[in-house]
Design a binder for this molecule. Sequence first.
Ligand SMILES: Cc1cc2nc3c(=O)[nH]c(=O)nc-3n(C[C@H](O)[C@H](O)[C@H](O)COP(=O)(O)OP(=O)(O)OC[C@H]3O[C@@H](n4cnc5c(N)ncnc54)[C@H](O)[C@@H]3O)c2cc1C
Length: 401
Amino acid sequence: MKYDMVIIGGGPVGLSFARTLSGSDMRVLLVERSPQAVLASPAIDGRDIAMTHMSMDILERLGVLNRIPDQDISPIRAASVSNGTSSYCLNIDSKDEDVSALGHLIPNYLLRQALYEEVIARGSTEILYETSVTSISSTDKSSFVSLSTGEVVEANLVVAADSRFSDTRRKQGISTSMLDFGRVVIVSRMEHEKSHQQIAHECFLYGRTLAVLPLDGNLSSIVVTVSADQSEELQAMSAEDFSVRVRAWFDNRLGDMKLIGERYSYPLVAVHANQFVKPRYALLGDAAVGMHPVTAHGFNLGLRGQETLYQEIISARKRSVDIGSLSVLKAYETKHMRVTKPLYHGTNKIVGLFTNESIPAKMARNALLRFSNNFPPIKHLIANKLTEKEADSGIGFPTFL
Ligand SMILES: Cc1cc2nc3c(=O)[nH]c(=O)nc-3n(C[C@H](O)[C@H](O)[C@H](O)COP(=O)(O)OP(=O)(O)OC[C@H]3O[C@@H](n4cnc5c(N)ncnc54)[C@H](O)[C@@H]3O)c2cc1C
């Protein structure tokens, strides 16, 4: 039995792509190594994903937003970026940008659950659970996907959304630019005494980074980035001590703070594949580009990439062109790389500058924030990166969203 497409990975991007394809008459198989229960009821993973306007439009179109309770979609009305111990902030306000919110925060587990429910409701994607793709081989006419069950399935095109550490990418001989920051991000939620007024804060403190992102009511998502050894200490401390520590780092601005639930940690490794396609094979999501979360572009880029690939596939089919041919896939690669490369390298440069503790770097950090605050075109460019409301404007900047 031949499929038009095999998608590897039922993460948020693989599921988004499956849902996008469900309106077509293509025969699609999704292969995911986790059990069905994990996709149907994903566990809380601490990530609150900042979504741009463009991503919200895509999720709305895919019917995903309707499946997420209103109180779990939190608007960000303004964003504030500070450096070290200085009280000076770069402020970006949705009012100045003529939008009701700069972006929206949605818990990752709810996004995954809603995407899965939508795919199942459409009923057109076949799914294999608890199955891994072990290898892929191609001929002029087809790809052959070997599964951990011993089966081999045939497809016109294989789309790998199998994470930033994609095993199939490596087996296809695709090299990557990979950056291990030697740091760990710890995410958690905290209740606090005072209102956050829907303002998101990114504090580039010396030795660590603290983001405080506004959720429903007096609740915030707390994102702490530290060195690996510091992270062990922070994970080991009691909930009370951790809460006191974060409250102090945030200068008591939200009053008393209390940890709610677990702390989740993720090592920080960014990846950009040097090519996104080979004949009958395309990378999507984190497998194509896995971002440092400080600019919060990871899933946003994944959503955008799957739209771009879909458009190229639909256009090829209209012209009766083979969807696995290199010319079709190269068109996707060119368009998507134009978006991902500047963001990837721009984000890594920002991380480099804002984690550099030398005196010149600290001065440059201050100067950059002041310049951005006082030069309206730059400020608008940053705001546009946050919202993705206008057509793409190039490089990313020190915005955590
Ligand atoms: C702390 C943190 C905060 C973040 N915040 C934001 C944010 O604010 N905004 C934003 O846009 N992004 C954010 N991101 C990034 C976002 O979470 C990722 O970009 C997104 O999860 C990538 O989805 P994916 O489907 O490409 O990959 P993954 O989520 O990694 O899913 C890959 C899937 O493939 C499966 N798989 C792997 N190999 C195989 C195989 N061989 N066979 C079968 N199945 C396989 C895995 O089981 C998994 O289900 C954040 C990330 C972190 C860590």
